[in-house]
Design a binder for this molecule. Sequence first.
Ligand code: SF4
Ligand code: SF4
Length: 166
Amino acid sequence: MINNSTLKIAIASGKGGTGKTFIATNLYITLQQKGYETTLVDCDAEEPNDMIFFESIKETSYDITQKVPVIDESKCTYCSRCQEYCNYNAIFILPPSKIINVIEDLCHGCGACSVACRFDAITEKDIVLGTVTSFERTKKSRIIEARTRVGGCSPGSHGNDWISPR
Ligand code: SF4
Ligand code: SF4
């Protein structure tokens, strides 16, 4: 018996192939069949596969974006201050050759380089990291899925699932 308050169940593991999806999808369908309003969240953004087992009547998607710096080389003095502020080695600079590049795949969008620049040479743009999609299955049940764009950086962990019945 589950009380009125929302209960969240996490099915997590640091290793792939241990049965997280098997447990999560079966728990989800069991709770749904018992009449609980249930949401299954597939957090395996690299390879979400919970929806392989289900159909949806409606889906809604939106992009997840991150800010990355854009360097205006007409204003840049190649002082290297932005590179010194960057903890992620995401700025490549060769002052003698007047070369400066942002390595977008390494950028974490922290904004430190923008703060560092004293010459107003850095602005920001949005890049798409992936999408979050909500699949409505019944009036009382849905699946939410995170999915990184192809070629995007790894989130650095194995996928996990959340279930929220109430
Ligand atoms: S936003 Fe942060 S991580 Fe990205 S290049 Fe600038 S300092 Fe580095
Ligand atoms: S801090 Fe500004 S001026 Fe200096 S190298 Fe970076 S972008 Fe260029």
